[in-house]
Design a protein around this ligand. Structure first.
Ligand SMILES: *Cc1c(COP(=O)(O)O)cnc(C)c1O
Length: 378
């Protein structure tokens, strides 16, 4: 089946008992056993819940994996996955990535003895250079957040596999509609379902998708033990979001392309980062490993002093954290998504006080451009 169909139907898009065409919200913490030693397969919702299971199966199919695990947020998924590793293990991580992931690793997991190297993984030589005998995994975001650098999934996978490690890809930005990292050798895919998958700025969710039978046992155990599992109603909202993912991604990507070219010509703008420009350094790589460019754009304005004005003047575009929903959002990474990253590292990655990030929604592109035009006029 094609991805569009999988996103709408999942494994089974109706309830086998009642025929309900919307997967029911099984708002039950616990499940009755018919007799000792008998079970419907469900005991307690921290372990398994039917609404969550439907979603987990749909996402596993969409990402070309065997298994899917649903969490109460993207960070819940990341935290669970890192527990596959042990203290003294070393992980190479994209330097330019979601600030919350940086905070979790550097402030918490380092305290427990894990070690991380923050590397520009779009430059493969840097990956090789930072490998140590303790390195057990590569954790990449591609395209990266917010500088839109693209890492070579196949090359990273081949390298880390030759060293018996795992490749983890955070695929939040492109979603299974535009990129399937498992097809290029990744071992685990992470999603913040809060973003494109759910898609309406109304719920948090997170996922791990993979095909490793042995790891599946451990991950289920960790998920169940920690309890950061996805609630039935939030699972249902994410399932509903998935049904329109393909349509929303197409529209959002098209809008982003129009806005990126428009921004390039605006006199207040110095540089635009969008992976769809043919002169983007990894344009050919994107064409090989993804099927589109997504809805994310970052840009430098020439003068940092106009940033507060822009953020105040946008009216249709909302000044808010997050991305991936129906509504276009503008973010100031320095004070929002990337505030947890130390200044020197942030600046080295290019995240300075002149950088703004646009998460383009599905409104009319002309209306969005008109809003940007009046906001950028100083
Ligand atoms: C938002 C985000 C996360 C964290 O997800 P939450 O659902 O907010 O916990 C992780 N990675 C990326 C790329 C994100 O954008």
């Amino acid at each position: 089946m094609k991805t569009e169909t999988i996103l709408v139907h999942g494994e089974q898009s109706f309830d086998p008992v009642t025929g309900a065409v919307s997967v029911p919200i099984y708002q039950s913490a616990t499940f009755r056993h018919p007799a000792l030693g008998q079970s419907t397969g469900y005991d307690y919702s921290r372990a398994l819940n039917p609404t969550r299971s439907s979603l987990e199966k749909a996402l596993a199919l969409a990402e070309h994996g065997k298994y899917g695990l649903g969490f109460s947020s993207g960070m819940g998924a990341v935290s669970c996955l890192i527990k596959l590793f042990k203290p003294a293990d070393h992980i190479i991580v994209s330097a330019d990535l979601y600030g919350g992931t940086y905070r979790l690793f550097s402030e918490y997991y380092e305290k427990y003895g894990f070690s991380f190297s923050w590397v520009d993984t779009s430059d493969f030589e840097q990956v090789e250079k930072n490998f140590t005998p303790q390195t057990k995994a590569l954790f990449i975001e591609t395209p990266s957040n917010p500088m839109m650098k693209v890492s070579d999934i196949r090359r990273c996978a081949d390298f880390i596999h030759s060293k018996n490690g795992y490749l983890i890809v955070d695929n939040t930005f492109l979603t299974p509609w535009l990129q399937n990292p498992l097809d290029f050798g990744a071992d685990f895919v992470i999603h913040s379902g809060t973003k494109y998958l759910a898609g309406h700025h109304d719920t948090l969710s997170g996922f791990i998708i993979h095909s490793n039978e042995e790891a599946e046992k451990t991950l289920r155990e960790i998920q169940m033990s920690e309890g950061a599992t996805l609630a039935p109603f939030d699972a249902w909202l994410t399932l509903r979001g998935l049904k329109t993912l393909a349509l929303r991604m197409e529209k959002s990507s098209r809008n982003a392309g129009q806005i990126a070219y428009w921004l390039r010509k605006n006199p207040a703008v110095e540089k635009v980062f969008w992976i769809g420009f043919p002169d983007h350094p990894q344009y050919e790589l994107s064409r090989r490993q993804s099927r589109g460019f997504g809805g994310m754009i970052s840009f430098y304005v020439k003068d940092a002093s106009i940033v507060p004005l822009i953020l105040k003047k946008v009216s249709l575009i909302l000044f808010a954290e997050s991305l991936g929903g129906t509504d276009t959002l503008i973010t100031y990474p320095v004070v929002q998504t990337h505030s947890a990253i130390p200044e020197a590292m942030r600046l080295a990655a290019g995240v300075n006080d002149r950088l703004l990030r646009l998460a383009v929604g599905i409104e009319d592109a002309g209306d969005l451009i008109a809003d940007l035009e009046q906001a950028l006029k100083v």
